[in-house]
Design a protein around this ligand. Structure first.
Ligand code: CUA
Length: 315
């Protein structure tokens, strides 16, 4: 049965074990679940068994006079004590390893903000919503927040750390599997909390080093980043002039009123442009089809701000 529990636990209840902490945390957790399960069976089962065995059968049934049993009392205190001490010692060891920061780690600054994550690497590269780390190398996160409490949580790595405004917190891990893993914000931080996600990409060391040096936006101004993004992703349907293509021309629209298909009018400010990129169907411009792909999750914060600035600059 324990084997079965083990299998079921590893395969269906838990995310993949993708860091060097994962197996240790899972073993401790498994120990807690199995000891709790056994205790539960003993206590509830014993209760039902004794209730049936010693049920009063006649009105004259009297309870036997029992004052105490020193051995039993010792055992039911001592056995749980030993189990709790094992859990404490084991948990302390794992916690200690998690808190002891490695010396030669790849350091990455992680900044939380309503409602996205920014990542700043030593090479000067910046990403939002996408986090790149090397496999089998210690990585240290220096975490902060620009506004309220957030919390970094990567279930596959079994690590979690709050992002606190006004101070730095730290977290480290060594990813053991290449691939893509989900990172969550796990501190309720407002109505965008559940969308405050990031993808952790674990690359081979060589690919990672190359990635670090290969910043496509190196040295570019925000608007120039926007131009680069625009020329790759937007230019098939939009012009940066007043001329329309499949979609409206975007030249000089910033700050002007836009008539929408539902008859309302909005001012084309940063929020309007952002929303039009991430969720275009929510505000179709009058006279145009609902044809644009939503870019939610397809474009980084840096690229998004770039496009906004590029549109702004196109007077
Ligand atoms: Cu940030 Cu929840």
């Amino acid at each position: 049965m324990i084997f079965w529990l083990n299998q079921a636990y590893a395969s269906s209840f838990m995310p993949p074990q993708a860091s060097e902490f994962a197996a240790g945390v899972d073993s401790l957790y498994k120990f807690l679940i199995i000891t709790s399960f056994i205790s539960c069976v003993l206590v509830i089962g014993g209760m039902i068994y004794f209730a049936m065995k010693y049920k009063r059968k006649t009105a004259n049934d009297k309870t036997a006079y029992i004052s105490h049993n020193a051995m039993l009392e010792f055992l039911w205190s001592f056995i749980p004590f030993v189990i709790f001490m094992i859990v404490f010692g084991w948990g302390f060891k794992i916690y200690y390893d998690m808190r002891k920061m490695p010396e030669n780690a790849y350091e990455v600054h992680v900044v939380g903000q309503k409602w996205y994550w920014d990542f700043l690497y030593k090479s000067g590269r910046k990403t939002s919503g996408e986090f790149y780390v090397p496999v089998n190398e210690p990585v240290k996160l220096i975490i902060s927040s620009r506004d309220v409490l957030h919390s970094v949580f990567v279930p596959s790595f079994r690590v979690k750390q709050d992002a606190v405004p006004g101070r730095y917190t730290a977290l480290h891990f060594t990813a053991t599997k290449e691939g893509t893993f989900q990172m969550f914000c796990t501190e309720y931080c407002g109505d965008g909390h559940s969308a405050m996600l990031a993808k952790v990409h674990v690359l081979s060391k060589e690919a990672y080093e190359e990635w670090l040096q290969n910043d496509p936006y190196k040295g570019l101004s925000v608007a120039d980043i926007g131009k680069k993004v625009f020329d790759q992703k937007c230019v098939a349907c939009h012009n940066m002039s007043t001329e329309k293509k499949i979609g409206p021309g975007l030249g000089g629209i910033f700050g002007h009123e836009v008539a929408l298909a539902d008859g309302t009018k909005v001012t084309a400010d940063e929020n309007y442009i952002r929303k039009s990129i991430l969720d275009p169907a929510s505000q179709i411009v009058a006279g145009f089809p609902n044809a644009m792909t939503p870019f939610q999750g397809q474009i980084s914060e840096q690229e998004l701000l770039g496009v906004i600035e590029y549109i702004k600059a196109s007077k």
